[in-house]
Design a protein around this ligand. Sequence first.
Ligand SMILES: C[S@@+](CC[C@H](N)C(=O)[O-])C[C@H]1O[C@@H](n2cnc3c(N)ncnc32)[C@H](O)[C@@H]1O
Length: 273
Amino acid sequence: MSDIKSMGLYRNVERIMADLRASGFDGTSPLTVDDLTPYDQYHYEGTDAVDDAIAFLGANPAAHILDVGSGLGGPARYIADRSGAAVTGLELQPDLNETAAALTVRAGLSALVTHVNGDVLAGDAGTDQFTGLVSMLCFLHIPDRASLFANCANALQSGSRIFIDDYYERGELTTTEWEHLANTVYCTYLPDQATYVKQMEAAGLVDVQVTDKTNDWADFVGDRLGRFREARPELIARYDEATVESLDHFYATVVDLFGGGNLGGLRVTARRP
Ligand SMILES: C[S@@+](CC[C@H](N)C(=O)[O-])C[C@H]1O[C@@H](n2cnc3c(N)ncnc32)[C@H](O)[C@@H]1O
């Protein structure tokens, strides 16, 4: 497997500036969260999924939520904007993190949203700080689940809730599917549902509940690819051909993987006792 930039979604992250220009915003103009959400949600089902996280975590102005793998900061800003909660976004890739921080300034949310460039496996989430944790489509990149869940649990105050959207191994993935996951999605390990729950419980988390999202996400990624291909000529002009090619390859690979029936999607909720 090559590095995380083998995944097309993470190349040319500055393309969001071209998206914003296409919507009429120049490089410095103030933005609302709603101006950004068409472009800054790097997970499935957009802000509907984040609304579910806000409700489950009980985000409110007294809360401090940790977003693990915060990407361009879309979910973090949306949670802060809609609920008044403070949110810390922890993001591994420096370019994504810098762009996220710049967008947060432009959205006027710097008092509520903090961006940290770091690795959840390195303990960069801190200890006993947060009142809730959200993580969307990040854990699929992290094979070391024991360290991951231990660090997530440690980051939380007692009684805090956790909301995760992630992949799982629904049927036995073939060698070819594993190659596609490794080479195009930066994913080399997935548990089945029962193993997922056991791994979280081994980290001391309780009330672990799983909802299968496979069918919803298969529909979502299919629609996403269709919309992308319809807009292809416009997007080549907006970004460049190489960016469009690598995004197309990424989106199409994910459609094929869900279509094969062995890749699954799940939502997991839990609590630190
Ligand atoms: C598919 S993106 C989702 C971003 C964001 N959660 C969203 O929904 O818009 C997953 C993110 O997790 C980040 N990530 C992967 N491994 C990480 C780690 N060990 N620590 C922190 N972030 C990580 C990636 O760099 C990437 O930006």
